[in-house]
Every structure is written in structure tokens, then in C-alpha cells.
Design a protein around this ligand. Structure first.
Ligand code: CA
Ligand code: CA
Length: 330
């Protein structure tokens, strides 16, 4: 009897320990959600209102190395009482297709996925991946993304229109005008990358439209190996051509899908939005303090030289402030 009693007592103690540790885990998850919410609110400049609510769903740590902390989360704001927008939004990151159906927020991020880097910095998932912070296999598993690596639906058509030497081909993003047609693979246009690998590694960066576009270790006489293909009319455009072609609907969207490889000129902290923080980021950069999102040397110059006078200095910070205030600066 004594034995049974002590067994029951031991089990009870064990259970209470379980409860404590489960409680601690819950608290940990709640803390993390609260931390993400605070960091995300700060990142988008969110002010609480009755009309609009901020949402933050934590998926878990997706850091590429054991030292770092990169917690993936879905962040967005939404009008209270409004119906979810029936929008098919997708993003290809590292060979996976991430999907989301109801992202709404002031910062441009097609699927609303971010990481909380080292506990306090919010970075879009695609940018964090480009910077090497993220184990994309882990992120895809947690985010329910499908593997799409090796998708080459239009390879032959594209390759036939450019130099046959361009042997490296990837489809980076497919754009659908009809918001709910994601399941049928019939895109309006496809962003592709095709180039020849060089033996040496070097960085190339070019201003295209309002963006600084970069790539490395490749040979391409056009827009750094990026093209937009329109299947319906079997036409291929460079990024510059696509921006001014009426056959490419919403061509600017392509830049949003290129992560840190296409950054709005002046978006010095690389968060996808141009605001007063970028002026601060330029000032900090001038005294040697950089944000966690940093770029190659040429790319940095193209992004930071906002007034385009071929030099990065305090005038660029001022130019960003003036631009935000509505003044013409270039
Ligand atoms: Ca910014
Ligand atoms: Ca300048």
C-alpha cells in the first residue's frame, strides 16, 4: 500500500512538474509572440487604433546556424470586421513556393513572412534568406511551403530568345492578375534569371527604374540576367523594357520578389519602405553604423546615393527627408 501511495505521489509530483514546464513553455511562446508583435509594430510604424489590428503568428526558429536567433513569423495588419481579402499571393524563396491568402500591411511583403533577427530586428524572410541568416528548408517546413526548385516551364522559349550561352536558368516568380487563379499555372508573366557562371566572383549592381538591382558572379549584357517572359504572346523583356511595356501588368512587382537583390533607391535599411528611418540609416552608415541588412559595395552606393550625384554623404539623408515631405529632389 505504501508503495502504491508513494508511486501515486511520485506521479503527482511528476505531473505537477509537467504542468509547470508546460506553463513555462506557454509563457515562452507568449513572450515570443509579444516580442514579435512589439518589433513588428515598431518596424511598420504601427499605431494602435480601433479600426485596425496587428497580427503576429510565430512559426519558430529558422536560423541557419546555432549561434544566431531568427524566428520566422507572419506579420500583417487588418481592418477589424473586414472580410479576408481573397488574394493569391506567392513568393519563391530558395526553391520553395510560399503562399498566403490574406496579407495586408503597409510594408510591401507579398506573403507577410518575416524573421525576428537576434531578438529585435525585423527582416523580410526573403532578405534574411539572401543574407544567409535562414535555413530555408526549416522555414519551408514550418511555413508549409512547396518545393518548386527545378521549375523550368518556359526554359526553351526563353533560351531561344537570348544567347544560347546562357545556360543557367531559374524561374523566380510568376505573376497572376486574377487573384484567385494561383492553382492553375497560367501566369500573366514570369520573372526569370538566366546567365553564365563566371570563374571569378564579382558584384554587379545597376539602377533600373526606382530600384538598385544586384547580382554576382555572372555574365550578362542585359539587366544582370533578369528577364520577364510573357507566355500569352511569347515575348521576352529585360527588366528595363518590362517597366515601359504595356504587355507587362504591374512590372514593378518583380522587384519586390527579388529580395535584397532589388532594393528601392533610398531604402537604406532594406525594409521595403521609404521613410524617415532611411534618412537615419544613411546618417548612421556615414559614421560606420550599419543596419543588419547590408549590401555589397556597389549595391550600397546605388541604394544610398539617393540624389544620384555619385557620392554618398549627408545630402542623401536630407534628400530622403525632403522626398518624404513631398519635395522633388532629383
Ligand atoms: Ca526603409
Ligand atoms: Ca549623393
Amino acid at each position: 500500500m505504501k508503495k502504491i501511495l508513494s508511486l501515486v505521489l511520485a506521479m503527482l509530483m511528476l505531473c505537477s512538474l509537467c504542468a509547470i514546464s508546460a506553463g513555462a513553455e506557454d509563457d515562452g511562446a507568449n513572450d515570443l509572440t509579444a516580442k514579435c508583435r512589439d518589433a513588428f509594430a515598431d518596424y511598420i510604424g504601427y499605431e494602435a487604433s480601433l479600426d485596425e489590428a496587428l497580427h503576429c503568428k510565430v512559426f519558430g526558429d529558422v536560423s541557419a546556424d546555432t549561434e544566431g536567433s531568427d524566428v520566422m513569423f507572419l506579420g500583417y495588419t487588418r481592418r477589424n470586421g473586414a472580410a479576408y481579402m481573397d488574394v493569391c499571393s506567392q513568393q519563391r524563396i530558395g526553391g520553395y513556393l510560399f503562399l498566403s491568402g490574406y496579407v495586408y500591411g503597409p510594408v510591401t511583403n507579398p506573403v507577410g513572412l518575416y524573421v525576428l533577427h537576434n531578438g529585435d530586428q525585423v527582416i523580410p524572410l526573403i532578405t534574411a534568406y539572401e543574407l544567409g541568416y535562414v535555413d530555408i528548408d526549416k522555414a519551408a517546413q514550418l511555413g508549409g511551403a512547396e518545393a518548386v526548385s527545378g521549375t523550368q516551364d518556359y526554359r526553351d522559349e526563353v533560351i531561344s530568345k537570348i544567347s544560347a550561352e546562357k545556360d543557367n536558368y531559374t524561374e523566380l516568380y510568376a505573376h497572376y492578375y486574377q487573384p484567385n487563379s494561383c492553382s492553375a499555372y497560367d501566369p500573366d508573366w514570369v520573372l526569370v534569371e538566366t546567365y553564365v557562371h563566371g570563374h571569378e566572383s564579382w558584384e554587379v549592381s545597376k539602377r533600373i527604374g526606382d530600384y538598385a538591382v544586384s547580382n554576382s558572379n555572372l555574365y550578362s549584357p542585359d539587366d544582370l540576367g533578369y528577364y520577364i517572359y510573357v507566355p500569352a504572346i511569347d515575348e521576352l523583356y529585360t527588366l528595363s523594357e518590362a517597366l515601359s511595356s504595356e504587355n507587362v501588368i504591374d512590372a514593378e512587382v518583380a522587384f519586390v520578389h527579388m529580395g535584397s537583390r532589388a532594393v528601392r533607391i533610398g531604402d537604406a535599411d532594406g525594409n521595403g519602405e521609404l521613410n524617415v528611418r532611411d534618412a537615419t540609416a544613411i546618417q548612421k552608415h556615414l559614421v560606420g553604423i550599419d543596419t543588419p541588412v547590408t549590401f555589397g559595395e556597389k549595391h550600397t552606393k546605388h541604394i544610398f546615393d539617393f540624389n544620384q550625384d555619385d557620392s554618398v554623404n549627408v545630402k542623401d539623408a536630407t534628400a530622403v527627408q525632403k522626398f518624404i515631405a513631398g519635395f522633388e529632389v532629383i
